[in-house]
Design a binder for this molecule. Sequence first.
Ligand code: HEC
Length: 147
Amino acid sequence: MISGRVISRRTHIKNKIVLPLSILLPCILFGAAAQERIFNEPYEQSVDLEYLMYAADFANEEIVYYSTRPKPSFDRIETFASLIAEIGNINRYNAPKKDYLDWTTTQVDLGKQLAAAAKAKDLEKVKTLHQQLLNNCNACHDKYLGH
Ligand code: HEC
């Protein structure tokens, strides 16, 4: 009885700790190595900027729609604001000049702030930040669209 219990405790430790660790550790180490290798690759955009811009425009329309409904959908606003932020991040790689880079950086900042305001369900802040975001789109377009 007693020895049986000792064995089952050891088996327990082996099953619950040693086995999972022996499987998880190599995965974590390999995963970290793989992530570093991918992260170190130089960035290359795989589609034309035009597609990203139409996606930003689409996300913008969704934010208008979901923030002006009688019952706003903050989850969706948060998602589409985050998408716009990341499009701004990608667009940083296209910057031919400092002012272009600044507008993309502002897009990232405002997109993230907008997502945070949506998460906090603060509709007034959502509307203010969304307007600032649009002004920033237009500022860059005024100089770079069609050039
Ligand atoms: C830092 C500069 C920059 C910012 C910021 C920017 N864009 Fe653009 N946008 C461009 C450029 C450059 C083009 C032209 C791309 C092309 O045709 O290759 C463009 C094109 C577009 C187009 C296509 C318009 C057309 O007539 O061809 C749309 C729609 C668009 N952007 C929406 C947006 C929206 C919405 C935002 C903000 C959320 C935004 N853009 C922010 C630089 C910017």
